[in-house]
Design a protein around this ligand. Sequence first.
Ligand SMILES: NC(=O)c1ccc[n+]([C@@H]2O[C@H](COP(=O)([O-])OP(=O)(O)OC[C@H]3O[C@@H](n4cnc5c(N)ncnc54)[C@H](OP(=O)(O)O)[C@@H]3O)[C@@H](O)[C@H]2O)c1
Length: 310
Amino acid sequence: MSTMKILLTGGTGQVGYALQRQLQGLGQVLAPTRAQLNVGDADAIRAYFRTQLQSDAPNLIINPAAYTAVDKAEQDHATAHAVNAVAPGVLAEEAAKLGALLIHYSTDYVFDGRKEGAYFEDDAPNPLSVYGRTKWAGEQAIRATGASHLILRTTWVYGARGGNFLRTMLKLMQERSALNIVNDQFGAPTWCHDIAAATVQLAQQWYIAGKPAWRDTVNLSASGRTTWFDYAQAILAEAQKSNPAFGLHGQAPVLTGIPSSQYPTPAVRPKNSMLSHQKLNAQYGITMPEWKTALQTCMREKGETQEQDA
Ligand SMILES: NC(=O)c1ccc[n+]([C@@H]2O[C@H](COP(=O)([O-])OP(=O)(O)OC[C@H]3O[C@@H](n4cnc5c(N)ncnc54)[C@H](OP(=O)(O)O)[C@@H]3O)[C@@H](O)[C@H]2O)c1
């Protein structure tokens, strides 16, 4: 494993930070900051590969960097497009030149959520938002280069740092006595720690197999299914168990389930975010943890350390 040379973007994000920790045993990891590598600037990406990586070219590029402010993207199309649609293609071009594998992350938001049942990787995309459209364009840009790649589609990511539903709920639960939570969108909250762990397993498989060219798209989300409302209830239950670490002071806010029509947002979300794990299980032998078990583990760690990353 010692000769794996990994370039990691977005190392300050939820998935990127978890990856920085978990990739350490795998090889040399280079994780440039945004100031060192601004993926929103295609020329800067090309220049970075030309100037910074000449003597130490990576054989694996992992790209969790993304414009993830889903509602803000509705107004900031240009930045979302540069980071989510253009950058993945440029990284793939550079990967192709080096013969490296590009591991990239995408989202259930490439779908419209109207399907009954879980989405398979080859179901037809129909994104409802700017974010979803730019992420889908990023996937297509990667495929168009012919580079060796693995696109991992995930859902509802959370962890002990960054902006996510878990952290928002914990804050609101301290501040408010009642909360209305959407109860008609279905998905699987996925701990960034588990995404990183599965990514490491996939990278190991690729390396042990002799670094073959991979051109695949694989769903990678937690097992099980829930709604935002049930997810919030699980957060509250775990926070109460770990009280006082979460500052609820014994007071449980009343949670009420509401339809998404009563919680309008600038970006439309898919009603069904469920992704099938058939390929992940059968082809790659990976089973993702159940969402509630993972949530409890994450919150126990957070309760113990407060500021520790997931
Ligand atoms: N969050 C979710 O619920 C969710 C759901 C489905 C799929 N995904 C996908 O999963 C992947 C990881 O998401 P995440 O939640 O870990 O994202 P995140 O926490 O929002 O982190 C995004 C990362 O991208 C970096 N970044 C953004 N613009 C950049 C730029 N111009 N140049 C360099 N770096 C830049 C950020 O750097 P700064 O710290 O400097 O801003 C940060 O490190 C993404 O592909 C996302 O689309 C996420």
